[in-house]
Design a protein around this ligand. Structure first.
Ligand SMILES: [Zn+2]
Length: 263
């Protein structure tokens, strides 16, 4: 009798240990959450489907846009901002909606103190690439500092029938910042997300007073604190809307993406 009891106790103990090991492992793995897909946004699916209140359940850090493509979105420290075409950042309420956003609960795995001259956005990307162990997983970046030059853009609110994003960016507003303190909020996605998210780097910027920012087009700086989180889980929420159901999401959009993301 005694041996059966102790066998049971041991079996339960082993199961508890396995379970807690699994859940700890789960906690350590960062998750990238996104709503809708980049190709849906490229094709003009700008009606917001998820509220920021819902989005906040999936992360406190991220980027994207807001309902009707009314500006660039930056999420930092649990607060979400909308940078409109006047260049100003406005606090987003929980009831506002987003048609495309990506977020994570930011917990850096590594921190690097950069003391080197970064002459361009391209140079920043190759600098970051050297810090990463593989191009095959997702990463979130928080780069904080005083930057010599930053150029950002924002996109104007759209009205139906919505034009594709390649047409909208022809009317984008651009902003220049010099000797500005702020934070870059960015992600790097692997090439295999083509059509779903932006392969490579996608960075938004917000000033330290949280009053301005946008989608980053160019940068130049020589000192910054770089924090990187490895994201090895990916979760996606697709809109249950007629407009999303009727899109042709099999089209090759790499060239369009290049036009809307870069300078
Ligand atoms: Zn952007």
């Amino acid at each position: 009798m005694k041996s059966v009891f102790s066998f049971r106790m041991t079996a339960i103990l082993v199961l508890v240990l396995i379970f807690s090991a699994c859940s700890n492992d789960h906690k350590k793995q960062g998750t990238l959450f996104q709503t809708s897909t980049i190709n849906a946004l490229l094709q003009g699916d700008y009606d917001g489907t998820m509220t920021f209140g819902q989005l906040k359940k999936h992360g406190n850090f991220g980027l994207g846009t807001v309902n009707t493509l009314n500006g660039e979105m930056v999420g930092l420290d649990g607060k979400f901002y909308q940078v409109r075409t006047d260049g100003k950042a406005y606090l987003i309420s929980d009831t506002m909606k987003t048609p495309f956003a990506e977020v994570t609960f930011f917990k850096p795995d590594t921190t690097v103190s950069l003391d080197d001259s970064i002459g361009s956005f391209e140079q920043l990307q190759s600098y970051l690439d050297k810090l990463l162990p593989t191009p095959n997983i997702f990463y979130a970046f928080r780069i904080t500092g005083r930057f010599d030059d930053i150029e950002t853009r924002s996109v104007p609110q759209q009205h139906k029938p919505y034009p594709p994003l390649t047409d909208v960016v022809k009317n984008q507003a651009t902003f220049e910042f010099h000797n500005v303190e702020g934070t870059m909020v960015g992600f790097r996605c692997p090439d295999f997300v083509k059509g779903i998210n932006v392969p490579g780097y996608h960075v938004h910027f917000i000033t330290s007073d949280r009053k301005a920012g946008g989608h980053m087009l160019a940068c130049k700086f020589h000192k910054a604190n770089i924090e990187i989180e490895y994201l090895t889980r990916f979760k996606m929420d697709l809109p249950r809307t007629a407009s999303f159901y009727n899109l042709d999401l099999n089209q090759e959009k790499a060239k369009d993406l290049e036009k809307v993301e870069k300078k």
